[in-house]
Design a protein around this ligand. Sequence first.
Ligand code: GAP
Length: 454
Amino acid sequence: MAVSDSNGMKDIVALCKRRGIIYPSSEIYGGFANTWDYGPYGVLLKNNVKAAWWETMVKHRSDIVGLDSAILMNPKVWEASGHVTAFTDPMVDCKQCKRRFKADDIVDDPSTSRTSGTGRRCPECKGELTDAQQFNLMFQTNVGPVASENVTYLRPETAQGIFVNFKNVLDSTRVKLPFGIAQIGKAFRNEITPGNFTFRTLEFEQCELEYFVEPEKAEESFKYWVKEREKWYHTFGINSAKLRIKAHDKSDLAHYALSVSDVEYEFPFGWSELEGIANRGDYDLTQHAKFSGQTIDYTDDEGKKLVPYVIEPSGGIDRATLAFLVDAYVKEQVSRSAGQQVSEGNEERILLRLHPKLAPIKAAILPLVKKEPVVEIAKKLYEELRKEFFVEYDESGTVGKRYRRQDEIGTPYCFTIDFESVDDEAVTVRDRDSMEQERIPISSVADFLRKKLQ
Ligand code: GAP
């Protein structure tokens, strides 16, 4: 079986549109740049990514609790956090083609510096660029009827919702250091250079953990979380050769950070950040104490007061979903294998080798003939399974075509029912990746799926 990797993002974008995973947003109006909608299979996939994160980070841990804070917050939050003054990118415009760029992304081009006297020209048309201006990435909005008053922002990160609730969580639960507060939610950024499909968008979902520790344990905890977070992507299917850790130079740190390492993935457009793990020190709690006038600290068992440090693994659900999709995408040549009762022919197939836990549809029920009692048995199995799993029933077209459709949305198992099923009360289960087929009793199908989804 010849296996070839994806030849780039074009194939993924086309598959996502064709199979109801991700659509361009507002498409009937010509779209809206850098916004995307998750279709019927995409929403299942993305929900599964969120569930995988939540299970690992909250459900399976006794030291982490969850939170769901508001998107709109008191604007003082963003003054205290430093976002009003420091959450900016230097921006330049091309005077010729009017495109906009992050000034940091423009590299000196020696060929133009010889002719124009400056190496900083538009990377698209070589036109002249404006001087750099600081551009705040927060989307501003107004609350209430008077447009000029009550300015606030759509949150650019979920983290601040956690910091402003630190005291509430301490006072209302039994958490003790070290402990974490985790949250998944929407964030918004007026990015200067969005792009690469859902990699960098204006609206996205973050999954963030703020893990509070005694200051002297911060670096040890930071190292632990870098390893844990890399492991998570691998556990849910990402090829470890395409994952790496990149430590930031001290000179390159965000305004709040003492140290940062990124988990990077090798996308078709190059190595790029999936998630950042930061040691934020006591910056956030101290700032909120200062700006709110409240005491924000922690009293240990000996009565000693301290302001904990915080380690923050901060990822993006859309970005992780994209990485899982890219990594799962395979185009291969099919040839008949010995174990197959139903031939799949010799042709090309596209499949998503998604981890079964992430796959939008867990199984498809396919009657081999559209005749009774085969159809009745197949429908009965489908009705039983769909009480517990996302499954599909499909009796249209050749079985080869039905397999291809399921392969393209990453369905790990197909169960075919034939005339033999009437007598032996068994079905054939076909594995998406190997295309191997085996016969198992109908009564064991639900258990089979339960085990595969553990
Ligand atoms: N609280 C820290 C923080 O927000 P960040 O590195 O700016 O750190 C964390 O963002 C993660 O959020 C990124 O690693 C990425 O996965 C995701 N993210 C950030 N901006 C994004 C965007 N414009 N589109 C999609 N995901 C984004």
